[in-house]
Design a protein around this ligand. Sequence first.
Ligand SMILES: C[S@@+](CC[C@H](N)C(=O)[O-])C[C@H]1O[C@@H](n2cnc3c(N)ncnc32)[C@H](O)[C@@H]1O
Length: 203
Amino acid sequence: MKEFWNERYGTDEYVYGTAPNVFFKEMLEKYNILGKALFPAEGEGRNAIYAAENGLEVVAFDYSNVARNKAMELATNRGVAIDYRVGEFQELGLEDERFDAVVLIFAHFAPNAVRELHQNLIKVLKPRGVIILEGFSENNLVLKKKNPKVGGPNNIEMLFSIAKLQDQFKNMDILQLEEVETELQEGPFHQGVGRVIRFVGRK
Ligand SMILES: C[S@@+](CC[C@H](N)C(=O)[O-])C[C@H]1O[C@@H](n2cnc3c(N)ncnc32)[C@H](O)[C@@H]1O
């Protein structure tokens, strides 16, 4: 999969655009998120850079080195500093209770790893820290058949559902959890009507 992502990012274009994800931007404001934030699977950096522009201290990671290069170039152009590491969560050695927020935007992990990873992400949150997540729903598969440009994984096990998130985040206070149909306009690979799950939880 790492090769797939390096290939996808191997173009001058920002494949999910350079503007932040709309739900993330709204949640940052609604919950007045301040302090340190972690951005797993952050790709080309659009959300991490927006957070840094809004005063957050940002750590991001992704296993694609091509994505990191583009993110760092964007950060320089926008005049902000971010700590962006190449690798997987377990390689980073992050301390527990370090972050005020963890932001998962279209962070679709391998089915055999996702449950443990989500538990580990809760551990690196400070008490009362929040997780903000938007990702494609299992029900996006039907929409993707009609319009492949909307994007998202084809493997149902990599997609989200309300029940899966209720289970994986059952030790958090669920502040919001819903499935919505939304018009995505995020670069060339997220275009059109998609079904997403939106989640905000507090530790
Ligand atoms: C759809 S992209 C989303 C990128 C970014 N969050 C955004 O919304 O613009 C999914 C990203 O997950 C990354 N990824 C998938 N599995 C990963 C893993 N186990 N560790 C680190 N990054 C991973 C990919 O390299 C890719 O950049």
